[in-house]
Design a protein. Structure first.
Length: 327
């Protein structure tokens, strides 16, 4: 049975089984992008044979997976490359477990997946259920920070984004994470609070560009909606802990995501949408549907390697913000 192992995850998966098993959960994306030299990790994966025309996130995940005792990879509902990623880990004798979000939001199928995950981690569904209230309490703090951001700009965009994004693993230490987020909440309103500037929505996969959000702020934009990061907080708290993973829009149909985005941009009085896409990612195709459905000024920004915003993208962001300011 597992005990106190470091288990990597390739995206948000039900976290309750990790907590009840006593193992440490590590979001490999955050570990990769927070590394000292994330580009070097991409290189490392290319040296062992990962193709250049495959998304950099996957290569970073591979490099960081090698530091783990085990990896849970979402093979359905996230990334079409994860199955191959797990195959390469198998070759390196890294313990791994595939997890799938069922296509049709079928509760029984999802429960079956979570049960298998529990078995892999050395816990049970009943024990995992016992963590449901604690997880919801933590996520509600991240949602509070989100609200402090869009409804008054009382916290910085980086804090709002970071708190929501990190609910995937609570920075591998839920108690420390809770203290940090509570500090942000208690200091809210003492920050910028500058109400001027176009209100922005950032949709799509989390950016590999490390300073995209701060650059938008520097150019006078006010990011008030982070679609995917917000979804990691499981914003629909109806039903039990399993239901939250059924309401989570990201792994399911694009239509559910569009409805969520439309509702939020209206409520948050968004002036313009930035769709972040990753080079060589199949989810770039979503851009067609988003552009068609969202009746707002829309800019698609593409990133490839981890690092700061490049000059060409800076010019495009500035021009987009000028356009919004002129409206
Ligand atoms: S950006 Fe796209 S290709 Fe890359 S890991 Fe995410 S879903 Fe997969």
């Amino acid at each position: 049975m597992w005990s106190h192992m470091r288990i990597g995850i390739t995206t948000t998966v039900p976290i309750e089984p990790f907590l009840s098993s006593g193992n440490e959960v590590v979001d490999l994306n955050n570990l990769f992008i927070g590394a000292e030299e994330p580009s070097r990790l991409v290189e490392e994966a290319q040296v062992i044979g990962y193709p250049r025309n495959i998304c950099s996130w996957i290569k970073g995940l591979y490099a960081k997976s090698l530091e783990m005792d085990g990896v849970v990879g979402v093979v359905h509902g996230d990334c079409s490359n994860t199955e191959s990623l797990l195959d390469t880990l198998r070759l390196k004798n890294v313990s791994m477990h595939p997890f799938s979000y069922p296509s049709e939001r079928d509760r029984d199928l999802l429960v079956g997946e979570i049960e298998d995950l529990c078995t892999y981690l050395g816990t049970t569904l009943e024990e995992a259920a016992g963590e449901g209230d604690r997880v919801e309490e933590l996520r509600s703090l991240a949602r509070k920070v989100d609200e402090l951001r869009w409804n008054g700009l009382n916290v910085s965009a980086e804090d709002a984004f970071g708190c929501q994004l990190s609910t995937s693993d609570f920075d591998s230490d839920p108690d420390r994470w809770e203290r940090g987020v509570k500090d942000i909440i208690s200091n809210a309103g003492k920050g910028d609070g500058d109400q001027e500037g176009p209100r922005l929505a950032l949709i799509g996969v989390p950016p590999i560009i490390t300073d995209l959000i701060s650059t938008l702020e520097d150019f006078g934009g006010r990011s008030v909606f982070f679609e995917t990061a917000r979804q990691f907080t499981m914003p629909s708290s109806d039903g039990d802990w399993i239901d939250r993973y059924l309401s989570y829009t990201y792994p399911y149909s694009i239509q559910g995501r569009i409805e969520d985005i439309m509702e939020q941009v209206r409520m948050r009085k968004v002036d313009g949408v930035i769709h972040y896409v990753q080079s060589f990612c199949h989810r770039q195709i979503d851009d067609i549907m988003f552009r068609d459905a969202l009746d707002l000024p829309f800019l698609t920004v593409e990133g490839n390697l981890p690092g700061p915003v490049d000059e060409r993208t800076k010019i495009r962001l500035e021009a987009f913000l000028d356009l919004l300011e002129g409206e």
